[in-house]
Design a protein around this ligand. Structure first.
Ligand code: ADP
Length: 186
């Protein structure tokens, strides 16, 4: 099963992706985590990406797309994945369909987590990641509204919207229940 998870920063994508990937037995591929890993290891890619993460801006596509292509080409991701943080623009979505088409694969669902914006800012301020300062959080929200929200229309046919306020387990059940029927697990 191939799933994309979309939602504003602070919607709980990472938390849900971790649980869902375990329940569905598919790897959780988070571009944010991959970037932070590269930055931690001080790879060239990490050095190039760092300034964008620090500012809350999107890392340019020529860096991001290659990283995703490589990750999705690894053996564990061949039979399915839960993508968290990619695509974040319509251009990236087109890039992803190209990658999948080459492998004769396609997406099964795009799950959108929705949360009111005041809840989101509250959650992020409590998280304490280095890019979770108020200015950078605001910038990431703005990037989401202008660059990522248009994806929802692009994916209209595959989109499943899940209200992401409430206990973690309840949101997980809603997300599982929103998946195409033949893919549901108990
Ligand atoms: P959040 O969802 O809270 O913004 P992420 O961990 O998903 O956190 O992303 C952190 C940062 O990583 C983003 O602000 C951006 O700089 C970079 N990033 C992640 N995914 C992408 C992507 N698909 N394209 C460009 N930049 C990305």
């Amino acid at each position: 099963m191939r799933i994309v998870l979309v939602g504003p920063p602070g919607a709980g994508k990472g938390t849900q992706a971790t649980v869902l990937s375990r329940k569905l037995d598919i790897p959780h591929v988070s571009t944010g985590d991959l970037f932070r890993e590269h930055i931690g290891r001080q790879t060239l890619l990490g050095q190039e990406a760092k300034q964008y993460l620090d500012a809350g801006d999107l890392v340019p596509d020529h860096i991001t797309n290659g990283m995703v292509r490589q990750r999705l080409g690894e053996p564990d991701a061949r039979r399915g994945f839960l993508l968290d943080g990619f695509p974040r623009t319509v251009e990236q979505a087109e890039e992803l369909s190209g990658m999948l088409a080459e492998a004769g694969a396609e997406l099964d669902a795009v799950v959108e987590l929705t949360v009111p914006e005041d809840v989101v800012v509250e959650r992020l301020l409590g998280r304490g990641r280095p890019d979770d300062t108020e200015g950078v959080i605001r910038r990431r929200q703005q990037v989401y509204r202008t660059q990522t929200a248009p994806l929802l229309e692009h994916y209209a046919g595959l989109l499943r919207t899940v209200q992401a306020v409430g206990p973690v387990e309840e949101i997980t059940s809603r997300a599982l229940g929103a998946l195409p029927h033949h893919h549901r697990v108990a």
